[in-house]
Design a protein. Structure first.
Length: 246
């Protein structure tokens, strides 16, 4: 599937940036589409695009605030004009802990936006296409270990449920949905923030469950879930990264 086109939302930093880079470096795709929200940080998306191109793959950088339906439609129109199709979709963009975020932002970005994007992108997707929804064990298992993260977890769980409800519709188009759920990602900004708020929290988690996955390991599982294998094999409905002990 070296010519596949894969869109990574929230692809300018963190897990999304690593997914985009891995897709290119492993040779899984022909074009990596890097979505980002903040025009003031477009340089970050361009840096990811440079990594993709250094690996010999095509990169497209498309800015869109996915909570805005018009911007979402505009991004897909640009994608269709530039690439003509979509083979894989990584639903990685998320939020809710930002200082500027209002009370409803977590639900808009983590639940409403991915569902709207899937509905709008489906006409561009070919049979054999894959969608990977990125979430956390806290959201997937509905175990909110930190009250700070609870609103985000609830909204991610709502997004997962809404996408699962579309599985039959996706399957009718030959498109498969995989939920990729991660344990605490040891080097993620959220994990480091929570460890600052609760010193020793990360060490206690390691003592309880063993080694924690890092960004690269999590990104690798997401990349695996997002790329058609060319043989029509159906991917698993859920992939777990790290311990599922809660």
């Amino acid at each position: 599937m070296g010519e596949a086109v894969v869109l990574v939302t929230g692809g300018s930093r963190g897990v999304g940036a690593e997914v985009a880079g891995l897709l290119a470096e492993r040779g899984d795709v022909g074009t990596v589409v890097v979505n980002h929200r903040d025009g003031n940080k477009a340089w970050m998306a361009r840096a990811v695009a440079a990594r993709v191109e250094a690996a010999g793959r095509r990169a497209l950088v498309l800015r869109a605030d996915l909570t805005d339906p018009d911007e979402t439609r505009g991004m897909l129109a640009d994608l269709e004009e530039s690439a003509g199709r979509l083979d894989g979709l990584v639903l990685n963009a998320s939020g809710g802990l930002e200082r500027w975020a209002d009370e409803g932002y977590a639900m808009r970005i983590n639940a409403d936006s991915p569902v709207r994007l899937v509905d709008a992108a489906l006409p561009l997707m070919r049979p054999g296409g894959r969608i990977a929804f990125v979430t956390s064990h806290w959201a997937h298992f509905e175990r909110y270990e930190s009250p700070v993260y609870a609103p985000v977890a609830r909204s991610k769980q709502a997004g997962e449920a809404a996408l699962r409800a579309r599985s039959a519709r996706l399957a009718a188009r030959g498109v498969a949905l995989t939920v990729v759920s991660g344990d605490v990602i040891a080097d993620s900004p959220i994990a480091l923030m929570l460890d600052r708020l609760n010193p020793g929290w990360l060490a206690a988690r390691r003592d309880r469950v063993g080694p924690l996955p890092d960004t690269r390991a999590f990104a690798g599982a997401i990349a695996d879930a997002a790329v058609p294998d060319g043989r029509g094999a159906r991917p698993p409905a859920t992939v777990y990264v790290g311990s599922t002990r809660m």
